[in-house]
Design a protein around this ligand. Structure first.
Ligand code: RUB
Length: 308
């Protein structure tokens, strides 16, 4: 049954599923489907299958703590159940997966409501890459009657900015599309910059699509407030215990398909944006300082921290 999980991991690896939130949802759905079709009988067999599936999904993209937190939540709920039969445990997987997805959706809506208030009539919003959390917030602002326009970068090498541009046009928003290297002159026209997040560390630093730190620097230079729009569960608890958040490095073929054979191509998918460049994190708790992330996480999601 891990075949189902292998197929999802492959779709995630190939970017057919893109963005931290969609990746976490796909991973949870794969685990749920696998559990529902399991051929295992005993608790031990079921747990082994679940752990194998978790490891396959964890390996699909390394900079995705939301996926890791989601799968840990499901697996720890199964571990704390006293049921003995695989089919009964599969029902636990199903119910806690639903619970997780419901709470993720509630966070997204809450973020949209809060963030939409930061968008005022006449504003120009600068964004980078494609974040479903950001586009949902912009959609909410539009629904609430705000009149604003958007500048989005194309986001080399795989052009996720095109997804953002299409979504913005579908919303009926005036949208300007630029190459990444045009960000500096266009930042001067913006009133705020908003980006998503793949990971938030214990220092309040944020990892997001490569290019994000440059956008943050440019926003700082142009005195444009730079916001990260993110579910709190993108926080990686391992960073508080000293671990670095891994930065995924992807194949050079994404950058240049028929490059000369001896050319060394580097293709980091993400980078760190330091907390001191982040005006605020727009999350389900409200608009918070990146420096308060640990306190907020301990209060709101204590289960993400391993018991010492
Ligand atoms: C996507 C990306 C997005 C975050 C947040 O990178 O960096 O900004 O994942 O997205 P990739 P969301 O395309 O390489 O996955 O808000 O949808 O979770």
């Amino acid at each position: 049954m891990v075949d189902i999980v292998h197929a999802t991991a492959e779709r995630i690896r190939k970017l057919e599923v893109q963005g931290a939130r969609n990746i976490a949802i796909a991973a949870i759905e794969a685990i749920e489907e696998m559990a529902g079709k399991t051929k295992t009988k005993t608790r031990e067999e079921f747990m082994n299958e679940l752990v194998e599936a978790r490891d396959i999904l964890f390996a699909s993209r390394p900079t995705e703590p939301l996926m890791r937190n989601a799968l840990r939540w499901v697996i720890s709920s199964v571990e704390s159940s006293e049921r003995k039969k695989a089919n009964d445990l599969a029902r636990v997987v199903s119910s806690c997966s639903c619970e997780f997805l419901r709470s993720l959706e509630e966070s997204r809506e809450c973020i949209a409501e809060i963030g939409a208030k930061r968008i005022l009539d006449g504003m120009v919003i600068f964004t980078h890459c494609h974040s479903s959390t950001v586009t949902n917030m912009l959609s909410k602002a539009k629904q609430n009657g705000k009149k604003f326009e958007v500048i989005c970068t194309e986001t080399r090498p795989v052009f996720q900015g095109r997804i953002t541009a299409k979504e913005m046009l579908e919303l009926g928003l005036k949208t300007t599309f630029i190459v990444d290297s045009a960000a500096r002159p266009f930042m001067k026209q913006a009133n705020i910059a908003v980006v998503g997040a793949d990971a938030i560390t214990s220092e309040g630093n944020v990892l997001n699509k490569i290019g994000t730190a440059t956008i943050a620097l440019l926003a700082n230079e142009a005195r444009v407030p730079f916001y990260v729009v993110s579910e709190l569960l993108k926080f990686d608890p391992a960073t508080i215990y000293g671990e670095y958040e891994a930065i995924e490095e992807r194949g050079g073929g994404e950058v240049w398909k028929d490059a000369p054979p001896k050319l060394k191509i580097r293709n980091p998918a993400f980078e760190v944006t330091r907390s001191n460049f982040i005006h605020g994190v727009i999350c389900e708790e409200g608009v918070i300082s990146p420096h308060s992330i640990n306190e907020v996480m301990y209060r709101r999601y204590p289960w993400v921290f391993p018991v010492s």
